[in-house]
Design a protein around this ligand. Structure first.
Ligand SMILES: Cc1cc2nc3c(=O)[nH]c(=O)nc-3n(C[C@H](O)[C@H](O)[C@H](O)COP(=O)(O)O)c2cc1C
Ligand SMILES: CCCCC(=O)C(=O)O
Length: 357
């Protein structure tokens, strides 16, 4: 894996290890990162057979994005931490395979530079205490062609993702700006850009009013919060625990998804991320009612290992993996995916399988 440029020798090794821990770890020894993965794995698939799976149609259209399978690249900060070409390489690799990218507010490359190499994209936003600090950034995201904003709501404090996270600012390229602040050239270095502690439903309305874009609310784990988000005008909801990086011990997203899907009741699409690693996990998420999923760390791994080519390879293989899993489940179209495709979580008392009630 390529560490951040500008570091050499022993420092380089230390930085590489710290970056690895920052990207792939999480608070509480990473227990919730692992729990997300394990939760999907523990959900048994119930494949159908004797069905015609000749015609496979898995493409989705969602708020200006089109994808060959219901999968987007999740927003994650500082791609240059793992590869010198950063978000530009990720955008190229994803665009070549046709997968959409959600750009992080904490990008190491300005939004317009990434957009020049990407297909249609959504822009993730952190709203700081002083709402005016992101006005310039929002205007640039709109000008660069973002088709929706993704408001991250699970970040009222910085999760304890290692002391390293506090040290992100140390990793500064030659212009002295941290690798997660490229989108804020108009904000004085050192100005706190953390998420507002009074973030509320009004922020959903404000963002929509300022930009004219649909606002996707990311980081919901409960029915009541999902209803609040929809009432505030959310165009979609993402069930997410931030990849297990914020609150250690938070419910896994596989367990939270059904409650949110039921609460939203089809009014807006529900997406999910956290621990999605293979095609079978995508089928599980769709079966529980998600319209699409996002993947974070797999893209980080692919970028670190192979730059734009690595990301493209990962994207192509994963698209095929999703399509194969759907075919093996006897559900070659998204319309044919239903809750009957999954059983109860292993270890939960089995009552009746859906479809047999
Ligand atoms: C290194 C890293 C940085 C992240 N930065 C952001 C961010 O800037 N904004 C955001 O909304 N989510 C961020 N996330 C969370 C992801 O969007 C996503 O919720 C999570 O990675 C999904 O879990 P997975 O990595 O298991 O797929 C970050 C995740 C990682 C691993
Ligand atoms: C701007 C840095 C925030 C990154 C983030 O959200 C994460 O590390 O999970």
């Amino acid at each position: 894996m390529t560490a951040a440029p500008g570091w050499a020798g022993a420092d380089q090794i230390a930085v590489r290890e710290a970056v690895e821990a920052y990207v792939h770890g999480g608070p509480g020894d990473g227990a919730t990162v692992r729990a997300n993965v394990a939760a999907w794995e523990s959900l048994p698939l119930r494949p159908r057979v004797l069905r015609d799976v000749t015609h496979v149609d898995t493409a989705i259209d969602l708020l200006g994005l089109r994808a060959p399978v219901p999968l987007l690249a999740a927003p994650w900060a500082g791609h240059q931490l793992v590869h010198p070409d950063g978000e530009v390489a990720s955008a190229k690799g994803l665009a070549s395979a046709g997968l959409p990218m959600v750009q992080s507010a904490g990008s190491s490359v300005p939004v317009a530079d990434v957009a020049a190499h990407s297909g249609p994209f959504w822009q993730q936003v952190y709203v700081p205490d002083d709402r005016t600090l992101i006005h310039g950034f929002l205007d640039r995201a709109v000008a660069a062609g973002a088709t929706a904003l993704v408001l991250t709501v699970d970040h009222p404090a910085v999760g304890n993702t290692l002391p390293f996270r506090a040290g992100l600012a140390r990793l500064a390229p030659s212009d002295g700006r941290p690798r997660v602040a490229a989108n804020f050239p108009d904000v004085a270095p050192g100005t706190p850009l953390g998420t507002a502690t009074d973030l509320g439903p009004r922020d959903v309305e404000r963002l929509a009013a300022r930009t004219g874009l649909p606002v996707v609310v990311k980081g919901v784990l409960r029915a009541d919060d999902a209803r609040t988000a929809v009432a505030a005008g959310a165009a979609a909801v993402v069930v997410s625990n931030h990849g297990g990086r914020q609150l250690a011990g938070s419910v896994t997203t596989a367990h939270a998804l059904p409650e949110v899907v039921d609460a939203v009741g089809g009014r807006v699409p529900v997406l999910v991320d956290g621990g999605i690693r293979r095609g079978e996990d995508v089928v599980r998420a769709l079966a529980l009612g998600a319209r699409a999923v996002l993947a974070g760390r797999p893209v980080a791994r692919a970028l670190a290992d192979g730059g734009a080519d690595g990301v493209e390879r990962w994207a192509r293989e994963t698209i095929e993996d999703v399509r194969r899993a759907l075919v093996l489940c006897g559900a070659p179209t998204l319309d044919s995916v239903g809750r009957d495709l999954v059983g109860d979580f292993l270890g939960s008392p089995v009552t009746a399988y859906p479809g047999e009630r």
